[in-house]
Design a protein around this ligand. Structure first.
Ligand SMILES: Nc1nc2c(ncn2[C@@H]2O[C@H](COP(=O)(O)OP(=O)(O)OP(=O)(O)O)[C@@H](O)[C@H]2O)c(=O)[nH]1
Ligand SMILES: [Mg+2]
Length: 604
């Protein structure tokens, strides 16, 4: 048996697959819709904000390649720059005894991340500059959004360290920067001193940082180590409570003169055998990022769910357009009254002859006699029933041509009506679907399309279908056997058909009260009157219409099909292409990725 390798996805990796997949599929959809700018703009309308957050924050930060920004923050002169330097094992940012010395943040990154940091990609809220000397960070002549960037090869790729100006300075500009710092830092080291740990503004800053999902790590600087750090222990506990932090590790750094000259030392945890440096390196980057981006993620999930619903609705709207025209084409085509021509006449003659040869031989003589005897009766019926004037004599070819013209006129009228429906409906449509159709309609040559439809209905290849021939054969055979009394009628009608193929056209127009029945009578000539008269005389009209009805229906369907092929399809070409893009799995794929994200979000 083959060994099957099962790869089980953890909820975490499933969440990451979800968010990456969602982001990538959105980009693919945008590219696929490039060919339809109007549709693309409608799809992505008012999505800028959540798309930006998804692309530039959530997708890069929550999918394994995240980098924790650890901000060293606190009140003025508490030793932030000193802690920053100790963590880096190098004097990167100036530490000095004057208050509010650091006036712009300093970002230290690993070699790999340096490029992104120096280009301003890592912290886009600031204007990045390369740090040349530790004192750069104390230059008050720089714009307040300045960010000094420096390399720190000792840092892993998962960590970036940020030294910051104090959060309580009387200098107003630092307050603004403090907000940016709180936003930029995922982890915040709260540098406290025995003098400042209760300061309201400082405590407030960390409370807010924690409340917004940041991980706050308290570090008591200048800590008194007496009695196993009894005093700092109590102070830190008080701070954790005041700032409403969770109980976690706190760190202490005892007062040490040498730190001014030598930054090589470790900052120890109070109740654990771990250094701050080791603790930071061991942090779960993805989990912390998730906590920091909780609100952002919630917002993006909400907005993207709305987006998916809109996308679905749009897809349904595009999908509903074609069927609505199909319906209208059928409605218009249903008033079409096709008139059977020569082919029908031949078919009937053939079928009647088949029946005749089976039963009666030499019956043609009867036919001739019948035909001769028909004329006076037919003329009477024609005048009485139809009130038609006697038409002038015209040749059989002329009649067939006139019949064809009449049919053609009717088809052209219906096709033009349908073109009007198309143009008018676009005017009333909502802008996206209307816009997509508008472009294609501009290219539609209506006259050409109308000609194509008429040609298909009446030209070469418009013969009677095999299904209909089969139907006629069955019906006539049935009539023959079921109505011995009416066999004579069939033979009489057959005789008429032989003389005037156009005669057959009339019953359809007359019995089904089709459009233009009087004109049809005129075209079909005197034989038609006789034909009708004979049929009506024998109360055969209903059956006659029944015989022809499937053919009429076929012709109407064919006309509706022609309207679809030569008008709807070209008019909907762009719309159909756009619908194909939306139908090629993007929506389902996005929905599935979205659900993965949502599940991961709820589990976190
Ligand atoms: N002796 C001793 N001095 C310290 C210690 N921590 C900080 N200092 C000194 O205190 C002064 C201020 O330290 P900084 O690290 O610059 O403090 P800061 O919080 O960055 O100050 P600002 O940037 O001005 O807000 C400096 O002169 C440091 O040398 C310490 O543990 N021992
Ligand atoms: Mg400083």
């Amino acid at each position: 048996m083959d060994e099957v390798l099962h790869i089980t996805e953890t909820p975490e990796s499933s969440f990451q697959t979800g968010i990456l997949g969602f982001n990538e599929t959105l980009s693919e959809l945008a590219v696929a819709l490039d060919a339809f700018p109007r549709l693309r703009d409608a799809v992505f309308d008012e999505c800028d904000e959540w798309l930006r957050l998804l692309r530039h924050k959530l997708a890069p930060q929550l999918t394994g390649d995240g980098c924790l920004v650890v901000a060293v923050a606190g009140g003025t002169n508490t030793g932030k720059s000193t802690v920053f330097n100790v963590l880096l094992g190098a004097r990167k940012s100036a530490a000095c005894s004057t208050a509010a010395a650091t006036c712009a943040p300093v970002l230290a990154t690993s070699d790999t991340r340096y490029e992104a940091a120096a280009n301003g990609v890592m912290m886009p809220e600031f204007a990045a500059l390369t740090l040349d000397a530790p004192e750069d960070a104390t230059r008050y002549d720089m714009p307040e959004e300045t960010l000094w960037v420096t390399r720190a090869p000792c840092l892993p790729d998962s960590l970036a360290l940020l030294d910051t100006p104090d959060v309580d300075s009387i200098e107003r500009r630092n307050w603004k920067v403090a907000d940016h710092i709180r936003a930029a830092g995922d982890v915040i080291i709260a540098v406290l001193t025995p003098e400042k740990y209760k300061d309201a503004r400082v405590v407030d800053f960390f409370r807010q940082a924690h409340a917004s999902g940041r991980h706050v790590i308290p570090v008591m600087n200048k800590a008194n180590p007496a009695n196993d750090f009894a005093a700092p222990r109590a102070q830190l506990a008080e701070f954790v409570q005041d700032a409403e932090l969770e109980n976690g590790l706190s760190f202490v750094m005892p007062f040490d003169y040498a730190v001014e000259h030598d930054v090589h030392r470790e900052i120890h945890a109070l109740d654990d055998d771990i250094s701050l440096d080791a603790y930071l390196r061991g942090l779960d980057v993805t989990a912390l990022k998730r906590s920091v981006y909780h609100d952002t993620l919630e917002y993006v999930l909400f907005e993207s769910a709305q987006f998916l619903e809109r996308l679905n609705a749009l897809r349904d709207r595009l999908g509903a357009v074609a069927p609505s025209y199909e319906k209208r084409a059928h409605t218009l085509a249903s008033v079409y009254t096709p008139q059977p021509g020569e082919a029908m006449s031949k078919l009937l003659h053939e079928q009647i002859r088949v029946q005749r040869s089976k039963v009666v031989r030499g019956i043609a003589r009867v036919n001739d006699a019948a035909a001769r005897g028909l004329k006076p009766m037919a003329r009477f019926m024609k005048h009485r029933v139809l009130g038609m004037p006697a038409p002038r004599e015209i040749s059989a070819e002329e009649r067939l041509e006139m019949l064809r013209e009449h049919q053609r006129d009717h088809i052209v009228r219906i096709a033009n009506d349908f073109a009007t429906v198309l143009y008018e409906s676009v005017r009333d449509m909502e802008p996206v679907t209307g816009g997509l159709m508008h472009d294609a309609l501009d290219d539609l040559d209506v006259d050409h399309a109308v000609n194509d439809i008429a040609e298909e209905m009446l030209g070469e290849g418009s013969d009677l279908s095999d299904a209909f021939k089969e139907h006629v054969m069955r019906t006539i055979s049935q009539w023959w056997h079921d109505n011995p009394a009416q066999r004579r009628l069939l033979l009489e009608l057959d005789a008429l058909m032989v003389f005037a193929p156009t005669a057959i056209a009339v019953p359809v127009a007359v019995f089904s009260a089709g459009i233009g029945a009087p004109e049809m009578m005129a075209i079909a000539g005197p034989m038609a009157g006789e034909f009708v008269a004979r049929v009506m005389e024998n109360k055969f009209a209903d059956q006659w219409v029944g015989l022809l009805q499937p053919w009429q229906q076929e012709q109407r369907d064919k006309l509706a099909g022609g309207l679809q092929t030569y008008m709807t399809m070209p008019a909907l070409r762009v719309l159909a292409e756009a619908a194909t893009v939306l139908d090629s799995g993007y929506v389902e794929q996005l929905r599935s990725y979205w659900e993965q994200c949502q599940t991961g979000f709820q589990e976190s």
